[in-house]
Design a protein around this ligand. Structure first.
Ligand code: ARG
Length: 570
């Protein structure tokens, strides 16, 4: 696909007398959403400025003069756009050759030029078990991290864990009161969580307990050694438990600098805002006005202590300095939309404009079980650990019931179970609330992870049966692929790069998930209608197997970006 863009750009350039940089043309070439408008389209608007003529005139002139290469069948002018149609034989050939040559690199681009993008995701509040909401956060963040990496950015994953704040004063109080009732040798995180729930309930009833919690936290902030040790203990056991989940998911972070890391980095926030005279007194608190449409952003509470927003502001300064980021992306539930709007507004007083403009909040919707909202505040908590185990066990059951002979059933049921969960979370539009249903998620047919994985496995087994190996595809007659099922599938495979770009632009991994569903159903249609292995024409067979193999490559690369493994048998 990229090669065709180059061809088109140079064909256009050759029609121009003026000195225009080929990249200025190349970068503007688009892939129209509707194929009626061609395979590629070039808007003549930027040339209009350079050539001081109307886009329509320029488009017509170019069309008159252009000499088409045999990869392109025709060009049309529509409202200042030049629409290019590829020669369909060439389309098939170009796309498949491109996939076969690039193989696992197919989909990788160099748009980002190695520039830094920071991703703040997962970020659970520690001392509480990981629940469904954070799981959604983790898989969306991880997919976005991979998507931008695919575009050629240097991506930095930050797990901004919630390891600071008054809840630690509470937890310390709870620990003091209840520790003798528990066994800390096992499931420590669940123990801590239990303590937290109990002490929170107590503090709600008894103002004294709440005051003690406040004092505890103040002392922790001031460096009380005993409390600091406790805090470290809470943090360590929590992280150890989370890491087990991240390991299963294959998620890694480049930094675990969470809220506590910014405890000693907030003075500069207050100083700068004070110096710029934007810190105002409001009912005892210190706030910054952020426009008429939003309440002001509180930076210091009336008792002088810092809050969530203050730490986020300190983190923006730190990240701008440390990573010189092009973008800083924050993945959280949509209940934090206002928080980030306020914080990003205040950031304009603290960092250079280019950094402030690069701040992006990516909110996502709720995860519901059939029985109401999923939250650590309201009883119905489902721990991710249990959910993952359930998914793996159920996959194993399904495999056993299907009488599948597999080499390593533990590995396979893990790949299927975890893949199913991740895919389920990524396939719907991120802002949509999702209703979680494990059985639905694990189905081997329908729009599920196992279905996509299974399609991949089918491509592998067809390849195996055919007896061809990769090197056989160096010499193939791809122009033999002329059936509509074949051409449709190939064209879809050719959209991969564009799909990744759209997913990046909209911060929407579901675009890739949906694309993989499309590929899988086009593949089924192709494979049901065309007897790939049953032709005597060896060249045709080879070309078709090459298409099967290419489909496998695209599915594998796509799943990989979403953070899902591809089993080799299933
Ligand atoms: N710990 C927060 C929560 O669980 C999410 C943190 C998001 N990141 C940030 N920089 N504020 O709600």
């Amino acid at each position: 696909m990229e090669d065709n863009k180059k061809i088109i750009a140079s064909c256009i350039l050759e029609t121009l007398d003026e000195n225009v940089d080929i990249n200025d043309i190349y970068n503007k070439i688009e892939v129209p959403k509707d194929k009626k408008n061609g395979d590629f389209s070039y808007p003549c608007f930027n040339l209009a400025k350079i050539l001081k003529n109307s886009p329509v005139n320029i488009a017509n002139k170019i069309k008159e003069k252009i000499v088409l290469n045999d990869a392109i069948s025709k060009v049309e002018v529509v409202n200042g756009f030049l629409n290019f149609y590829l020669n369909s034989n060439n389309v098939v050939e170009n796309i498949l050759k491109n996939i076969l040559t690039k193989n696992s690199e197919y989909g990788k681009m160099n748009i980002g030029n190695g520039k830094n993008i920071v991703f703040d995701y997962s970020s659970p509040n520690i001392a509480k078990p990981f629940h469904l909401g954070h799981f959604r956060n983790t898989v969306i963040g991880h997919a976005l991290y991979n998507i931008y990496k695919e575009l050629g950015y240097n991506t930095i994953g930050i797990n901004y864990i919630g390891d600071w704040g008054r809840q630690f004063g509470l937890l310390i109080e709870g620990y003091k009161l209840f520790k003798d009732e528990y066994d800390f040798s096992n499931n420590v995180l669940e123990v801590l969580s239990d303590i937290y729930v109990r002490i929170s309930a107590l503090a709600k009833e008894d103002e004294n307990v709440m005051n003690k919690a406040r004092e505890n936290f103040k002392e922790l902030e001031n460096g009380n050694e005993e409390y600091y040790k406790l805090w470290k203990f809470f943090r360590e056991v929590s992280l150890k438990e989370y890491d087990r989940i991240y390991d299963i998911l294959g998620v890694k972070f480049d930094s675990y600098n969470g809220e506590a890391f910014y405890n000693d980095k907030m003075d500069v926030v207050i100083d700068t805002l004070t110096k710029k005279n934007v810190l105002k007194e409001s009912r005892g608190a210190k706030v910054v006005e952020v426009g008429d449409n939003m309440p002001p952003c509180i930076v210091l509470k009336s008792n002088g202590s810092t809050i969530y927003a203050t730490r986020d502001l300190a983190a923006i300064i730190y990240r701008a300095k440390t990573y010189d980021f092009e973008k800083a992306i924050y993945v959280t539930g949509s209940e934090q939309i206002l928080h980030f709007k306020q914080v990003f507004e205040v950031a304009k007083y603290l960092v250079e404009e280019k950094y402030q403009k690069g701040l992006v909040h990516v909110p996502y919707g709720l995860v519901r079980l059939k029985t109401g909202r999923m939250s650590s505040r309201e009883g119905t908590v489902i721990y991710i650990k249990d959910l993952i185990n359930d998914a793996i066990n159920k996959s194993k059951e399904i495999l056993i019931n299907k009488n599948k002979e597999v080499e390593d059933i533990e590995l396979l049921s893990k790949q299927i179970g975890v893949g199913a969960l991740v895919f389920n979370y990524l396939k719907s539009n991120k802002l949509k609330d999702i209703l979680f249903d494990l059985d639905e998620t694990l189905r081997f047919d329908g729009e599920t992870g196992p279905y996509i994985q299974y399609t991949y496995v089918r491509t592998k087994s067809i390849l195996e049966k055919s007896g061809y190996v990769e090197s056989d595809f160096e010499n193939i007659k791809l122009d033999l692929l002329t059936n509509s099922e074949e051409i449709e599938l190939v064209k879809k495979l050719g959209e991969f790069e564009n799909i990744i770009k759209r997913a990046a632009q909209d911060f929407e991994p579901s675009i890739i998930a949906k694309y993989l569903i499309d590929i899988s159903s086009l593949f089924s249609k192709f494979y049901n209608n065309i007897k790939v292995l049953e032709t005597n024409n060896e060249d045709l067979k080879k070309a078709r197997v090459a298409l099967v193999y290419s489909t496998g490559i695209v599915i594998k690369n796509g799943l990989n970006i979403l953070g899902i493994e591809t089993p080799s048998k299933m």
